[in-house]
Design a protein around this ligand. Structure first.
Ligand code: ADE
Length: 294
């Protein structure tokens, strides 16, 4: 996968040289190039912003440097990229979005600052490539850089070969939809305009066992077996894989009900077995099919 990032703060992306993604880049599993937008400015001050038409506070990023930067970043041979523009007004970036992006051969991220980028840049880009305006959450950052770091990390760890242990992707919170092996829905890669009722989240849910699609991951433990008087749940030492999978699913259901009840309402009732319903009922969710998926 090839990723280009355009920003006025190239130094912001130094962390991408570290850890899993840094190693994946060294191996060539991902190729990440950071470009300085100011290289496409046209004056001695390397100006990339100007006052907004119509008045108002702050500055707006000028279209000319952005147009030329996108021309340059997309000129190279190979498949047309998908352009991702982080903005608090964008569609929500989810694990499903990350899984779709991980299947793209080429992504270009355009980091806006100030009050944003002149809107004609995105309009014009849409005439020649797929463009997503994406928010990482309901809060406002000072610019797109931190959001792009988040998205690049979420996407790259799903690229085959990047994560040492592929199984840990399938067991992630929101897992299943993040499994690179799950076939892409037609619109994979597009952020959710509205959350689906289940959607790809339920793709890996098998009603029991390790299918954790749409659920938050429960607690994990390692050695020692007893620490400060606290024991690891005995079932995890039992060697009974079926019982362990069931315990993990119980824990995921309970945690999701406590932390993110809205995710419970999005589960496909058909994906729940009697034991699931019992656990959810104890957590305050009587799960009769007619109560769900609204
Ligand atoms: N830029 C500013 N806030 C943002 C957010 N929440 N998501 C993506 N980009 C942003």
């Amino acid at each position: 996968m090839r990723i280009d990032i355009i920003t006025i703060f190239p130094g912001y992306f130094a962390p991408l040289g570290m850890s899993l993604i840094g190693k994946a880049a060294l191996r060539g599993d991902v190729q990440i190039t950071v470009h300085d937008l100011r290289d496409w400015s046209h004056d001695a001050h390397r100006t990339v912003d100007d006052t907004p038409y119509g008045g108002g506070p702050g500055m707006v990023m000028k279209p000319e440097p952005w147009g030329e930067a996108l021309d340059a970043a997309t000129a190279a041979d190979g498949p047309a990229p998908r352009l991702v523009v982080p903005a608090p007004s964008g569609a929500l970036f989810t694990q499903q979005t990350a899984a779709g992006y991980a299947r793209e051969p080429r992504l270009v991220f355009a980091c806006g600052r100030y009050e944003g980028i002149d809107a004609r840049v995105v309009d014009e880009a849409r005439t020649r490539m797929a463009v997503d305006e994406v928010s990482i959450g309901d809060y406002v950052l000072a610019g797109g850089e931190a959001a792009v770091l988040v998205m690049v990390e979420a996407v790259c760890r799903l690229v085959p070969g990047v994560l040492g242990n592929a199984a840990s992707v399938a067991d992630d919170s929101f897992g299943g939809s993040g499994d690179p092996g799950v076939a892409a829905p037609a619109d994979a890669g597009r952020p959710e305009a509205a959350p689906p009722a289940g959607g790809a989240r339920r793709a890996a849910t098998d009603g029991c066992g390790s299918g954790m699609a749409g659920l938050l991951e429960g607690p994990v433990y390692t050695k020692p077996r007893v620490w400060r008087g606290r024991e690891v749940p005995p079932v995890l030492l039992s060697g009974d894989h079926g019982a362990i999978a069931r315990w993990r699913r119980d824990a995921a259901l309970s945690r999701t009900a406590a932390m993110r009840p809205e995710l419970i309402h999005r589960l496909d009732p058909a994906s729940l077995n009697d034991r699931d319903r019992e656990v959810l009922s104890r957590a305050g969710f009587p799960m009769h099919p007619e109560d769900m998926a609204h």
